[in-house]
Design a protein around this ligand. Sequence first.
Ligand SMILES: Nc1ncnc2c1ncn2[C@@H]1O[C@H](COP(=O)(O)OP(=O)(O)OP(=O)(O)O)[C@@H](O)[C@H]1O
Ligand SMILES: [Mg+2]
Length: 252
Amino acid sequence: MTPTGFESPKPVLAIEGLTVSFDGFKAVNDLNLYVDRNEVRVVIGPNGAGKTTVLDLICGKTRATAGSIQFEGRELTKMREYDIVRAGVGRKFQNPSIYENLTVFENLEMSYPAGRKVFGALFFKRTAEVIERVEQVATEIGLGEHLQRQADLLSHGQKQWLEIGMLLMQDPQLLMLDEPVAGMSVAERQATAELLKRISQGRSVLVIEHDMEFVKSIAHRVTVLHQGKVLAEGSMEAVQSNPKVIEVYLGH
Ligand SMILES: Nc1ncnc2c1ncn2[C@@H]1O[C@H](COP(=O)(O)OP(=O)(O)OP(=O)(O)O)[C@@H](O)[C@H]1O
Ligand SMILES: [Mg+2]
């Protein structure tokens, strides 16, 4: 399960000394975290450890009190949410934010960066480009046969994949997912694991998850967060047998 082959000389994402204080309470406390290209990193840890807050900080939803988040050489802590998306960071929240009364095709089309801004002579050319991209992404997320289906008729798992597809339309270099398999069937979890392995090719994926079977099946490395700090980091095997991790998290 360890990553093999070429590793980029510099991490795609480099978080250093990251701290956020809510009325004096440090939800994230002097955190260091480095993620490589082609890597699937999973962050685990007890409730309230600060996992979701780390994603909020990376995507600019929450402002850091101190520290730095370097993404492909750019400092994200000073950028606006919208610009962070444009810089190539996609983030999926726990509840899918798809348009239930639109089809799979329309949901994906809406997410294409240039999809809604073209007129006149360019229109037909761009439309072909959009259609091609929508079909490509739909196949990637396993919804190639359901393009004309209205989103509210999809299963829970398919809705989650559709939202991942909407992020993929923007071709993010860093994709962040908060508890992507919560509420999914066993078969949907397995399909999601395969999907994440495919889409990590050429990009970085940062996943928060509590389901240990799922974590084991996708993680190149695991980071255990506890009280806003890294408690342990390494392979799933190493982390699972770490006495500190068993004490604060896995033992319960
Ligand atoms: N905007 C906020 N204002 C005040 N406190 C916050 C805010 N966001 C998060 N917190 C607190 O920070 C701590 C970390 O919360 P966070 O949601 O990051 O935990 P988590 O690791 O994602 O937990 P879970 O596994 O339950 O999702 C919690 O104590 C939470 O109450
Ligand atoms: Mg959370």
